[in-house]
Design a protein around this ligand. Structure first.
Ligand code: PEP
Ligand code: MG
Length: 614
């Protein structure tokens, strides 16, 4: 077995290439641009399992041997999972490793193994076919229940089945990715175990059938600076391992086996992209300043300890947003206070700079954690029981998290750093008062228990239009503000941030969004409250220019974007940015604004257009 951690490739047949966007001898498919840049490499298809539709049935005499193959594969996968769990536990801690324990438990589950054995014995299915049937049956059953917990388990089951079929595969040793050089991962979606393994191989691009700009794969790709395109329908039918694939993460296009002319054009772009990245990374130790010497704070968004090295390497001045939900999403139950504390301490210890902003659980919408009561699907999950609303209904778990953060703040102080606490999706003043009460209560408890803690600055995420409109009322109850433009835009425009059908409306560079952002930033500055913007807009060249024009000086973004924003800032004066903003605010459509800003960015820093999303 190779040490390739993704499972082996399998080729899939399929209908003719009906959904290609161009037929010039090669396939070009349109998806959603989720991580900028261009990559040309060899495809490595992470397919589920391939079973010939006309699969043969086993002869009687083959049954025993097939059962033995299954058991051997099962033992081997259990061993792999244990090793993976140990490794991740060592690198990242028990919380991140827990998911592999869940997978091992599935593998041992008697309902799971009983079914597979029965299909092999009674229906004469080869084990690969039995596994495929299992996956299909459970996917259908779990989807029909409408139960969020069970639906979440489908991707875990798929992960386990892929590992098993990998172990059963005969082709595993013949297609070692190590021999393939730089790899473009082509997958239906990125699974938890794939993401952990990304660092071990030379992945230079990602293309997935599922997903959107805010999905797990997109966030991971951006945090590693890997060009990626998601939401490409039927991609796996048109690519096989070994094909040459181009991922154009600016325009959201995946090209399979381009002709020599297209290939050479893309290779040129890729070289420019890699060169630009290297050139920009060399600036990482330079101070972040505008051309007229205005100091800027360029911070990193991280989702867990794995992202922190990238934040350091890219020259982040601190962590502006630590999304703690990933700790919960990869955990089979509520992580204990000590587990949380250990993870927060690890992040604080390794973080660049001195300031770390920890956001409390922002779950709900598209991210559900079944053990917190997401048993039934809501009609409007993004407008429903998510984020701080859910935390309020679980005071026991909420308090545990706040306590862990206050204790982590004490640790931060002991090593000369400062932690801040940030509450997501605040809608009104009552909520701010309630969270302040919660922080006070956590502090009193810790004091009574003689556990070391520190009081911390308390901030709100500004992502609900109601809070934006009433920002001047809210400011007296907060120590700082962090603008979550991803959510603010979707709520302001009433356009789901994950739905490609309304992506033309979910546009941060639209007139109403700019009006609201300008007003909020102005209100914070007038009140003397520190304000940061931590949505995707902060890391996009056009977004950065208008935000700087609004007077913003603190930005938090995927680490990979920091060098380019630093470079852009160094060519721009605050006066010029204000002038560009002023002109942009006189334009009346999003398309006009985007075109105008693209021209301005191209003038200020021509090489950076490679790094903007379309
Ligand atoms: C945002 O909404 O802009 C934000 C930063 O939070 P998230 O993307 O985690 O919802
Ligand atoms: Mg948000």
């Amino acid at each position: 077995m190779s040490n390739w951690p993704f499972g082996s490739p399998r080729l899939v047949g399929g209908p003719p290439h009906s959904d290609r966007i161009a037929t010039c001898g090669f396939v070009m498919k349109k998806g959603i641009a989720v991580s900028p840049g261009v990559a040309v490499g060899t495809a490595y298809c992470m397919l589920e399992i391939y079973v010939d539709p006309d699969r043969k049935r086993l002869a009687d005499r083959e049954v025993t041997a097939e059962l033995a193959r299954f058991e051997t594969a099962r033992d081997a996968v259990a061993q792999d999972l244990r090793a993976l769990r140990k490794k991740v536990e060592h690198q990242l801690g028990p919380s991140e490793a827990a998911i592999f324990g869940v997978h091992e438990a599935m593998l041992r589950d008697s309902a799971f193994t009983g079914k597979v054995r029965s299909w092999i014995t009674n229906d004469r299915f080869p084990v690969a076919a039995a596994l495929q049937r299992l996956l299909q049956e459970y996917t259908r059953l779990f989807s029909e229940t409408g139960d969020a917990y069970l639906q979440e388990r489908i991707s875990d089951l798929r992960d386990v089945v892929i590992r098993l079929s990998d172990r059963l595969s005969d082709v595993v040793n013949t297609e070692q990715p190590a021999m393939l050089g730089p790899i473009i991962i082509v997958a239906d979606e990125l699974l938890p175990s794939h993401v952990v393994a990304l660092d071990e191989v030379n992945v230079i691009g990602i293309a997935t059938q599922q997903g959107s700009q805010t999905s797990h794969a997109a966030i991971i790709a951006r945090s590693r600076g890997i060009p990626a395109v998601s939401g490409v329908e039927h991609l796996l039918r048109q690519v096989k391992t070994g094909d040459t694939v181009v991922v154009d993460g600016r325009d959201g296009i995946v090209t399979v086996n381009p002709d020599p002319e297209a290939l050479s054009a893309y290779l040129k772009l890729e070289r420019e992209f890699v060169h630009l990245k290297d050139e920009l990374a060399a600036n990482r130790d330079l101070p972040a300043r505008t051309a007229d010497n205005q100091a800027l704070q360029l911070l990193a968004n991280v989702n867990g300890p794995l992202d922190v090295p990238a934040a350091t390497n890219m020259g982040a001045a601190g962590i502006g947003l630590y999304r703690t939900e990933y700790l919960y999403l990869t955990h089979p139950d509520i992580p204990s206070e000590d587990e949380q504390l250990a993870t927060y301490q690890r992040i604080i210890e390794s973080a660049p700079g001195t300031s770390i902003t920890i956001r409390t659980l922002d779950i709900g919408g598209d991210k559900t954690v079944p053990y917190l009561g997401h048993q039934h699907q809501e009609a409007n999950p993004f407008m429903g029981w998510r984020s701080i609303r859910l935390s309020f209904e679980h005071p026991e778990f909420f308090l545990t998290q706040v306590r862990a953060i206050l204790r982590a703040a004490h640790f931060a102080e002991s090593i000369g750093k400062q932690a801040r606490i940030l509450f997501p999706m605040i809608t009104n003043l009552e909520e701010m008062r309630r969270v302040r009460g919660m922080v006070g209560r956590a502090g009193r408890q810790l004091q009574n228990e003689r556990l070391a803690y520190r009081t911390v600055p308390i901030g709100m995420m500004l992502e609900v239009p109601a809070a934006a409109v009433s920002i001047r009322m809210l400011l007296s109850s907060v120590d700082f503000v962090s603008i979550g433009s991803n959510d603010l835009v979707q709520y302001l425009m009433a356009a789901d941030r994950d739905n490609p059908k309304v992506s033309h409306l979910c546009q941060p560079l639209s007139p109403p969004v700019l009006m609201v952002l300008r007003d909020v930033i102005q209100a914070c500055r007038e009140a003397g409250k520190p304000v940061t913007l931590c949505g995707e807009l902060a890391g996009q060249p056009r977004g950065f220019v208008v935000l700087l024009g609004m007077g913003l000086t603190s930005f938090s973004m995927s680490p990979a974007f920091i060098p380019s924003i630093k470079e852009l800032a160094s060519h721009l004066t605050t006066k010029k940015a204000a002038e560009i903003l002023e002109r942009a605010m006189h334009l009346t459509t999003t398309a006009q604004i985007k075109r105008y800003l693209s021209r301005q960015v191209a003038e200020v820093a021509p090489n950076l257009s490679l790094l903007d999303l379309a």
